[in-house]
Write a protein that binds this ligand. Structure first.
Ligand SMILES: *Cc1c(COP(=O)(O)O)cnc(C)c1O
Length: 417
């Protein structure tokens, strides 16, 4: 029995059971990893599993009321093939720059279901958004004049929603993006005046957008934020120049990265949203509820795969040196928003031999900095040069959120399989 106090106290990673195994080898996209690496032709690479992406959307659809629209926040993974695949599965795509807008539209996303949020939108970006006919989530009073100018130029009123900086926070979030002083959205107190101004300018008001935070694993905190967001929208709707068509309640659904973290329970969130859908029917009858998710949709479907190029023992500690590191996967190194560095789920996939041996080893990348650490003294399958080292939970905030030029190594490949 492994029920000693020490065993109970030692937190472990949630099982990465989303991927199958064949002959003790990890299967990604229906292929054993060694063959997939051969197909890609070089390491390091990211691989995203289409079947897992589709299954995740299906799981959400089953748990959430059908009336809630599901959007993909593409900054989590902007690879064009992924955006194209996701656009066919979800109800809309949320973009945060003109560059992302281009990828979404190229991927075939319906402009009527694309929204554009983010601080510091340039006048040219706002003009592109109006020309494209997408919804602009206004983050600042400064955006109204260029939106009005673009409306005049094209003879169609800009479609706008107001992103509101609420007077509450999403408790227990990895990153807080609402409440208190923030660069995101318009403070609640200023919303009535801004609504009057956008009506005066002839912009087409469509709704409100609230996004309180990211990477939350506590269903009750997410439900609480959704309840508070709904109540706030109800209050603000009294000042709206026309009926609220969309209420984007944000998202923030997290995935387990670190030892001791468990997968989010969708059931209470589904029940909470069902209650809000029922309330919206009577209190905001023209309104569709929207949630926007990035990480939760794509994070668990991706792996980052490197090859071990050296194995060193320094004063008793084993170092597995791989051909890729923080230059491709900043988050796994602990340098993307972590306060205390913890290990992502990592494994070693032996190549050309079967072995059950386990050892304590650190996995480091090839960069000449101690920050380039993918796993710090983890129990891993005993590794040899040529084996593959895999970082799980890598489908979100990976390649595009990493400093690929740092140290001048080649950029990594990405495949959708
Ligand atoms: C980043 C972001 C998201 C996606 O957050 P995830 O944690 O990846 O789900 C959604 N909406 C807005 C406004 C964002 O800035």
């Amino acid at each position: 029995m492994n029920d000693t106090p020490a065993a109970r106290a030692a937190p472990v990673h949630a099982p990465m059971s989303q991927f199958g195994e064949a002959g003790a080898e990890l299967v990604v996209g229906g292929m054993p990893l060694s063959r997939l690496a051969a197909k890609v032709g070089s390491t390091p690479f990211y691989a995203y599993d289409r079947g897992l992406l589709r299954a995740r959307v299906a799981e959400l659809r089953a748990a959430l009321p059908p009336a809630v629209k599901l959007h993909y926040a593409m900054k989590a993974n902007p690879m064009p093939a992924v955006v194209g695949w996701m656009a066919g599965l979800v109800d809309g795509v949320d973009v945060a720059s003109a560059g992302e807008l281009k990828v979404a539209l190229d991927a075939g996303a319906d402009p009527a279901e694309v929204s554009f949020a983010g601080p510091g939108k340039r006048d040219a970006e706002l003009r592109q958004a109006v020309a494209a006919g997408v919804l602009v989530n206004v983050e600042s009073a400064r955006e109204l004049a260029p939106l009005a100018a673009a409306s005049q130029a094209f003879g169609v009123p800009a479609r706008v929603a107001l992103r509101v900086n609420p007077d509450f926070e999403l408790k227990g979030s990895g990153m807080k993006m609402g409440g208190g002083p923030k660069q995101f959205g318009v403070d609640v107190e200023l919303v009535p005046a801004l609504l009057a101004e956008l009506a005066r300018l002839g912009l087409a008001f469509e709704g409100f957008h609230l996004f309180a935070g990211s990477q939350n694993l506590r269903a009750e905190s997410i439900c609480e934020a959704q309840q508070k967001s709904f109540a706030l929208a109800l209050r603000l709707a009294e000042y709206a120049p026309s009926p609220v068509r969309f209420l984007n309640l944000g998202g923030g659904f997290g995935i387990p990265y670190f030892p001791g973290e468990q997968r989010l329970d969708l059931a209470p969130i589904g029940a909470n949203l069902a209650e809000l859908v029922a309330r919206a029917r009577s209190e905001l009858p023209a309104t569709s509820l929207v949630i926007e998710l990035g990480r939760y949709l794509v994070g668990e479907a991706g792996v980052y795969v490197t090859r071990i190029v050296d194995r060193k023992v320094s004063r008793g500690q084993v170092f597995l040196v791989t051909d890729g590191g923080l230059n491709h996967h900043l988050a796994a190194s602990g340098n993307f928003g972590q306060v205390v560095r913890k290990n992502y789920p990592v494994t070693v996939v032996p190549q050309g031999r079967r072995s059950d041996a386990v050892e304590i080893a650190s996995v480091v990348g090839p960069l000449c900095t101690p920050l380039d650490l993918l796993a710090d003294r983890m129990a891993l399958p005993a590794a040899e040069i040529g084996d593959l080292a895999v970082v799980f939970q890598s489908g979100a905030y990976g390649a595009s959120a990493s400093p690929q030029a740092f140290l001048g190594h080649a950029p990594c490949a990405e495949v959708l399989v």
